[in-house]
Design a protein. Structure first.
Length: 412
């Protein structure tokens, strides 16, 4: 997909104060881990004189400006005043591979200044790491880390994805998603899969709002032909809410999926299953499903997906059944330009709640483009909208429109 500011899909604008000391330490540890862990594994796994390929390290800086219609997330009925945005950022990206190792890491830090709402001026951070390692001839280790910290209330997704962030007026927000998985070939067509993940999310308030989700999974995958496979997975999740008003919950999940994919042409995944959710002795079964499609054409790519799953978002502060649907097209225009458009729709409904029902519906979309002026210079632009509607008694309706234009310079 089209990239703007390296990781503009993670952020729109920013907000208030400086980073807390504990969050600063966490960011430093994540950066050290992303830089040092892959290098150590890379050296350990290169055998028989095979040298790693040359890394693809990039450092870029950018500056830009734009406009947002609702910087403080006022309700639609209460009215809102727009504000200008000025953005300055720096990004690091690296990728290395060998015969047995492939990993990539991206880090972005940026400072945003508002024309009138200067209480939102701040520095924000985002880190993404993805690594794949051949531990033995039959076993792969896959590692993933996605972390962001922002004091900006307008923290929403900006690219086709099923990982949507709910709009909330609360600022001082960070999220960390970590995952580790092993794939072991039992035979030429049978693979045993085991893994675990954690998603830690916090609204840094007084008192703070914390949601910690821990999951484990065990599955088996059968290859059918050259491009198809079928798999079955059992998973367990625990949702911890560090709040006396919200009880913890746990879930057991069983699903079956079918995938059809590369080496060439379109790829898709279909999945269905059942999750049993338990909270304070009360249990219910929920139907889960997922589907994704990626179809590359000559000049553009089409991606789409749907997912119905359990979620725990700090902006909602309860376990919900989340539905997300998205679709997007991106491609090149001439030799130096690119263009993309996407749309999304989703819902959140509370699970096992005895009090007021939490129900949200959101719609959104964006048009994004870039023009390369020189191998080191490019201009990027974006126009997008997000509208979030709440059921009666569970919140307010919120709408945000954003326009942005920026210049990116790749230093090396």
């Amino acid at each position: 997909m089209i990239k703007i500011w390296s990781r503009l899909d993670l952020f729109t604008v920013t907000s208030r104060k400086v980073l807390s000391r504990s969050t600063g330490r966490r960011i430093l540890l994540l950066l050290l881990g992303a830089c040092c862990l892959p290098a150590g594994l890379l050296r350990a796994q290169v055998q028989d004189g095979a040298a790693p390929t040359r890394g693809d390290f990039k450092f870029s800086v950018g500056v830009g400006g734009g406009y947002t219609t609702n910087p403080a997330l006022r309700s639609d009925s209460g009215g809102s005043n727009g504000d200008s945005i000025t953005d300055l950022r720096a990004g690091l990206a690296d990728h290395k591979s060998s015969q047995r190792t492939d990993w990539s890491a991206n880090y972005d830090a940026f400072y945003t200044r508002y024309g009138s709402n200067n209480q939102f001026d701040t520095i924000n951070h985002a880190l993404h790491f993805d690594g794949r390692y051949l531990v033995t001839r039959r076993t792969h280790l896959n590692l993933f880390e996605h972390f962001f910290y922002s004091r900006n209330p307008l923290q929403i997704g900006a690219a086709p994805t099923d990982e949507t962030i709910i709009l909330t007026r609360q600022t001082h927000r960070w999220r960390s998603v970590s995952d580790a998985g092993f794939d072991t070939s039992v035979s030429r067509s049978l693979v045993l899969q085991v893994g675990g993940s954690s998603r830690l999310e916090r609204l840094d308030l007084t008192p703070s709002v914390d949601v910690n989700t821990y999951s484990g999974r065990l599955g088996i995958q059968k290859q059918v032909g050259l491009r198809d496979s079928v798999s079955s997975t059992y998973g367990y999740s625990r949702f911890d809410f560090l709040s006396e008003s919200t009880a913890d919950a746990e879930a057991h999940r069983v699903d079956v999926s079918w995938s059809h994919g590369p080496p060439a042409g379109a790829g898709y995944v279909l999945s269905t299953g059942v999750s049993r959710v338990t909270r304070e002795g009360d249990s219910r079964n929920w139907l889960m499903a997922a589907a994704t499609l990626h179809h590359p054409f000559r000049r553009f790519d089409f991606v789409s997906g749907y997912r119905r799953s359990l979620d725990a978002d700090a902006g909602v502060a309860t376990v919900t059944v989340a539905q997300n649907a998205y679709a997007g097209i991106s491609g090149t225009v001439g030799r130096s330009a690119s263009l993309g458009v996407f749309g999304e729709y989703g819902t959140r409904d509370s699970v096992l709640e005895s009090g007021d029902r939490t129900a949200l519906t959101y719609t959104g979309g964006a048009i994004r483009g870039s023009v390369t002026l020189d191998p080191r210079f490019s201009i990027s632009g974006e126009a997008r909208r997000r509208k979030q509607t709440a059921a009666e008694g569970s919140g307010e309706d919120l709408t945000v429109d954003t326009l942005f234009l920026g210049l990116v310079f790749q230093v090396f």
